[in-house]
Design a protein. Sequence first.
Length: 95
Amino acid sequence: MNIEITARHFTASDKLKELVNEKIMKIEKYNSDIINCHVILTKENSGENVEINAHIKGHDFSAHESGDVFEKSLRDAVEKISIQIKKQHERALGR
């Protein structure tokens, strides 16, 4: 799986990039056919936003989350996209 990280309005630290990679790799256990995953981290006055876009052959998934810190937003966004990917995988298997 190819993971692309984009930081808007700030420069992401290596620690944050490492955390993103670690969290995103966890969603691969729900469907190993994930081709790429684009994570957009945005820092604004109102808070910190995380957007995750994942692509599986024939399907696109997207999750957005806002919060005070990237870690919480990232955790919640990964949870949202994991649910979407699990549902699609179960449908594909016919369960």
